[in-house]
Ligand binder design. Structure first.
Ligand SMILES: N[C@@H](CCC(=O)N[C@@H](CS)C(=O)NCC(=O)O)C(=O)O
Length: 248
């Protein structure tokens, strides 16, 4: 992370939430980045994202929100300069398959699964600002917990099948969707949703493998210095998470 470089990518957010994915992406691409510490629903956040959500980037004078769009943009724009192939070229079958799994991750696994649980259970119960939660309709609906878990497991089965015989979701090579998937697995681990999965070993092997990325480790070190004890602030990181293998 370069605190001063003018050419750096400015990331709005916090490493305990989805800004982590963006920092990790920048590290993979060896792009200098700075963190503008910002939390959801603040005036500063609404200034750069009409939804008030994290993350947002500023690249030169260009602002972009939504983490899938951000990571795709950064990889498409900078991977060649970095001499890397982290996202397939637009217009190829490989890119279509990439998009397909990206959608599975963002719709079923994350939005209908993990995020539904967070909105209607975790945030609704543990947020420090329950008044705002009520305003946003992030209210406690205990009945959503079971369907959220079911939808998560159903999507996870598709992704797990994809991993059989493969090191990464697209085959032998790490790609951008592995960043999103790994973060969702950390989140699932925090909810204890990985334990007991019929493919738990395969998932844990994948988890350990992806966490070996130097770029991940760099961001992990920064995140580990933050307070991870609050369910309000910490969405994604399992409590007492072990460091990546070899780093302890
Ligand atoms: N699909 C969006 C989701 C962004 C999102 O929900 N971010 C969380 C923090 S990680 C947030 O800002 N939540 C506030 C809210 O839900 O209103 C993305 O991937 O960027």
């Amino acid at each position: 992370m370069s605190p001063t470089s003018e050419a750096s990518i400015q990331i709005y957010g916090d490493l305990r939430i989805r800004a982590f994915r963006v920092a990790w992406m920048c590290e993979e691409l060896r792009l200098p980045w700075t963190l503008e510490e910002t939390f959801p629903w603040t005036e500063k956040m609404y200034d750069v994202n009409p939804l008030g959500k994290v993350p947002v980037i500023k690249d030169g004078g260009f602002y972009l929100y939504e983490s899938a769009a951000i990571l795709n943009y950064l990889a498409d724009k900078y991977q060649e300069t970095a001499g890397l192939q982290l996202i397939p070229k637009v217009g190829t079958k490989e890119r279509a398959i990439y998009d397909q799994f990206l959608m599975v991750i963002f719709t079923d696994l994350e939005s209908c699964g993990l995020w539904t649980h967070r909105k209607f259970v975790d945030l609704a119960l543990h947020s420090r600002n329950l008044e705002l939660m009520r305003e946003l309709h992030y209210i406690h609906i205990a009945e959503t917990a079971k369907p959220a878990r079911y939808t998560f497991d159903r999507a996870l089965k598709i992704l797990t099948t994809q991993l059989e015989g493969n090191n990464y979701l697209l085959g032998d090579n790490f790609s951008v969707i592995d960043i999103h998937f790994l973060i969702d697995l950390e989140w699932a681990e925090a909810l204890n949703w990985v334990k007991g999965n019929p493919q738990e070993k395969l998932l844990r092997d994948y988890y350990d493998r992806v966490r070996q990325r130097t770029a991940y480790k760099t961001c992990w070190k920064m995140r580990s210095l933050l307070d991870l004890s609050s369910k309000s602030l910490n969405t994604f990181t399992p409590a007492n998470q072990e460091p990546p293998i070899g780093m302890e």
